[in-house]
Design a protein around this ligand. Structure first.
Ligand SMILES: [Zn+2]
Length: 244
């Protein structure tokens, strides 16, 4: 369980309104957490006490619980009520739309814990960057985690130059990762699992870099140590996340 300490500074902006009501739940939630393996519902106070490093550790711990089959206990409806007046998520996760990789589940998080941006191939464009700026600069998230995954259909499609309606343009966002992976000259198609995995990992790396390059707000926050921007890969065979 997280040590929430005595740090009661609150520097967050009022995003959702009604913050006092949401904060009042925190003591109850923390007591419950201390008594057993029950999840804490994030409040203004708990969010303010989380550093980028701690946020990363919380996601690592959450995935370890998921893989071990030992998720925290959660009363989702109680969390709905506790977060109704305001949300204080500690992280923003950029993931693929893949049905096997739901960040909230695979990091063992509940209602109000994480922002989840999902798009085929887990890349960012201007609209995704705007969403992440909202998550961090307006709503107080401490970490952006870009999560790619094994066996990614979007990555396979980009490797194979798939043409299909609007998807063609979506996959164009992944082509830089395909081009940036050298070698594999005998087979640079989706039939080569190692090539597909290498491209997926490169895509995460490029997405992390693109966030820093194309968002002055997020870059500045990262340079000041207010947020972390990290990458990871999810394994659809094991449920494990490898942090890069
Ligand atoms: Zn995918």
């Amino acid at each position: 369980m997280e040590d929430l300490g005595s740090d009661r500074r609150s520097f967050l902006k009022n995003v959702g309104g009604g913050l006092i009501a949401a904060g009042a739940v925190s003591a109850v939630a923390q007591d419950a957490a201390a008594a057993g393996h029950e999840a804490v519902t994030q409040t203004q106070e708990t969010q303010a006490a989380i550093t980028p490093q701690k946020a990363l550790q919380m996601l690592k711990d959450g995935n370890a619980r998921f893989v071990a089959g030992k998720p925290l206990k959660r009363d989702y409806l109680a969390q709905v009520k506790a977060t109704s007046a305001g949300q204080f998520p500690f992280a923003a996760i950029v993931g693929c739309i893949d049905s096997r990789e739901s960040a909230t589940l695979t990091f063992d998080q509940g209602i109000g814990d994480v922002f989840a941006a999902r798009i085929a191939g887990n890349f960012v464009n201007d609209d995704l960057l705007g969403s992440l700026e909202f998550a961090c600069a307006a709503a107080g998230a401490k970490l952006i985690l870009v999560v790619g995954h094994s066996e990614c259909g979007a990555i396979k499609g980009a490797c194979d130059d798939v043409v299909l309606g609007n998807l063609t343009q979506t996959l164009a966002n992944l082509k830089p990762a395909v081009a940036a992976v050298s070698g594999f000259d005998s087979d640079r198609s989706s039939a080569n699992a190692k090539f597909v995995q290498a491209v997926a990992e490169k895509n995460v790396e490029l997405t992390v870099a693109r966030i820093k390059q194309r968002s002055a707000i997020l870059r500045d926050m990262a340079e000041k140590g207010d947020i972390g921007i990290e990458g990871a890969m999810y394994d659809v065979h094991t449920g494990k996340v490898m942090f890069m």
